[in-house]
Structures are given as structure tokens and as C-alpha cells.
Design a protein around this ligand. Structure first.
Ligand SMILES: Nc1ncnc2c1ncn2[C@@H]1O[C@H](COP(=O)(O)OP(=O)(O)O)[C@@H](O)[C@H]1O
Ligand SMILES: [Mg+2]
Length: 295
């Protein structure tokens, strides 16, 4: 860690010496607990679909807009870009964010399976309620958040850079049109609500991290990672509807699931066994059909 500290100390002011702990590491970078109540998120230039620069920009801008809106997301303490992306031994970096350290841990899959059914449902209820509150509060900044774009349309466009099948491309174009025409209020979206971005601690309301995909659009977009039916999803939907006072439109929800399926195919298409790729294609085909985009 001291090597990393030395490499970035010139760009990131006021870094505590450490030792730091690694909280998470993904294709887009790493998150370090600085043990002073803050975390440092380092964003790489390259990862999956899109660019690290745009992710860094969106997360910084979204957190600034949300500042002062009470809970649910960490406060942004400071942020910056790396002037010399190649000044490190690792992959080139785009920027950094210094964030308030939230209490608790992400709900990863392993943790989820360790929960009893009723605990899982309870967590689902908390996530639904927290998301309803997030949408409600963030609405105050929704017009300013429009500059961040639509997460759904952006994901379709990114996925299409790696999907060449003409039939699928034509259907994704139709999905884009349906998306833009959706008759629903536009809200400030987190953009990437999956369990690894949900922080839970006993006795505290759940919170959300990772606003790199934030933007505006219809509320159902924020459920797009919950494509697995089951008691937990039912609990999320139920409590979201109860707290927000708005039912979830399943047609729009399925449009979101289709976007996710397209991203899954785009990211995975050149990896794994060919059978895996075929499975992703049929998953997208079915998801598009369910969203009302026939072949
Ligand atoms: N502010 C925070 N407080 C506590 N833990 C955090 C915070 N931000 C991120 N983490 C942890 O780091 C992990 C990765 O952070 P995230 O912002 O989701 O980055 P990535 O882009 O790699 O997904 C999260 O799953 C969570 O466990
Ligand atoms: Mg994340």
C-alpha cells in the first residue's frame, strides 16, 4: 500500500499514511478504507463498457448534486483527476474520489446466501424503502441531473458497440425508441442498484454507493439488476410501492431487464465457452420479447 500511497500522494491532498484496507476491487478500480472515516475510490481509465473518465465525472457530479439531501449515499469529501495517468505501475487511472466511510458492508452474494429467508425478505424491504426515499429526495435535483444523461439509453448504446447481429441491433433500436417514448415521470436515478452497491449494517438504514451510472429516467430503471424473481425481489417491489405510493410498471421494469441482458451479452460475448454466449443471446431474446420487442 505504501507504494500506492507514494504514487498518488502528489495528486491526492491530505492522504493519511495508512495502513489502508482494500474494501473492494473491480474492473474499474479499487476502494480503500483510509481508516480516518473516509474511503478513497480510484477509477481506472479502462474497464468494461464506456470510459473511466465519464464514470468518474458522473459519480462526482451526482454526489455533488445529492450533497445535503440527508443519508442514503456517502458524502463526497473531495475529488480530482489524475493529470498523468501513466505515472503508476498499475493500469492508467482517470480520477479519484474521497468519500465518507459508511458503516456496514456491501451485501455480496455470499452474505446473501447466509441469510435466512425472512432476513432476506427483510433486507429486500429495506432496499425497496431506501430506494423510494432516495428517489423522493433526489427528485429535488432531477432537472440538474439531466446533464448526466439516461443510464438505460447509455447502456444500450454501449452494449451496441459490441453486438453485431443485425436482428438484435434492430430490436435494440426499437427498445431505445420505446425508452425515449415511455410515458412516466423522470426521476434522478442511482443507475446501478445491485447488491454489491448496497451497504447494510445492523440497526442502520441501508445506503447506496457507486453512482458512476447515475442519471435521469423512469423509476423502474433502478430495478433492472433484480431480474431474478423470488421472495427478495417481491419484498423490494412491495416496499418500494408502499413507501413511494407508486406501483411498479412491469412493462418498464422488463425494458430495464432487457437492457441488462444486452449489457451481459456485450461484456461476455468474447469470453467463456461458446455455449455461454448462446445462453446470453437467448436470454436477451427472451428479455426483449418480454419487454414487448418481438423478433
Ligand atoms: N463510502 C463507502 N463506505 C463504505 N464502503 C464503501 C464505500 N464506497 C465503496 N465501498 C465498498 O467498496 C466496494 C466497491 O465500491 P464501488 O463504489 O461499488 O466501486 P466499483 O466501481 O468497484 O463497484 C463496495 O462494494 C463497498 O463494499
Ligand atoms: Mg460497485
Amino acid at each position: 500500500m505504501s507504494e500506492l500511497h507514494e504514487a498518488i500522494a502528489g495528486d491526492v491532498p491530505g492522504l493519511p499514511a495508512g495502513p489502508w484496507t482494500l474494501l473492494g476491487e473491480g474492473v474499474w478500480g479499487s476502494v480503500h478504507d483510509l481508516r480516518d472515516g473516509s474511503v478513497l475510490k480510484l477509477v481506472r481509465r479502462n474497464g468494461g463498457l464506456g470510459t473511466g473518465e465519464s464514470k468518474h465525472y458522473r459519480e462526482t457530479a451526482a454526489l455533488r448534486l445529492l450533497d445535503g439531501l440527508e443519508g442514503a449515499v456517502p458524502r463526497l469529501l473531495n475529488s480530482g483527476r489524475f493529470e498523468n495517468a501513466y505515472g503508476f505501475s498499475g493500469p492508467p487511472l482517470a480520477g479519484w474520489l474521497r468519500l465518507e466511510r459508511l458503516e456496514g458492508k456491501a451485501v455480496d452474494e455470499g452474505r446473501l446466501y447466509a441469510l435466512k429467508t425472512e432476513e432476506r425478505e427483510r433486507l429486500g424491504e429495506e432496499i425497496g424503502a431506501a430506494l423510494a426515499h432516495f428517489h423522493e429526495r433526489a427528485k429535488l435535483r432531477a432537472s440538474e441531473a439531466e446533464k448526466l444523461g439516461s443510464p438505460g439509453l447509455r447502456s444500450i448504446a454501449e452494449a451496441m458497440t459490441r453486438i453485431s447481429d443485425p436482428g438484435l441491433r434492430a430490436r435494440l433500436e426499437r427498445l431505445k425508441e420505446m425508452w425515449a417514448a415511455a410515458d412516466a415521470p423522470r426521476v434522478f436515478l442511482h443507475g446501478d442498484i445491485n447488491l454489491s452497491n448496497v451497504i447494510a449494517a445492523r440497526g442502520l438504514p441501508v445506503a447506496f454507493v457507486d453512482l458512476a451510472e447515475a442519471g435521469t429516467g423512469f423509476a423502474e430503471e433502478d430495478f433492472r439488476h433484480f431480474d431474478n424473481p423470488g421472495p427478495m425481489r417481491d419484498a423490494i417491489f412491495r416496499s418500494y410501492a408502499a413507501v413511494s405510493g407508486r406501483a411498479i410498471d412491469m412493462r418498464r421494469f422488463r425494458m430495464g431487464v432487457a437492457v441488462n441482458a444486452a449489457v451481459g451479452l456485450a461484456i461476455g460475448s468474447n469470453a467463456g465457452h461458446p455455449r455461454e454466449g448462446m445462453r446470453r443471446v437467448s436470454f436477451l431474446d427472451e428479455a426483449l420479447r418480454q419487454a414487448g420487442v418481438e423478433a
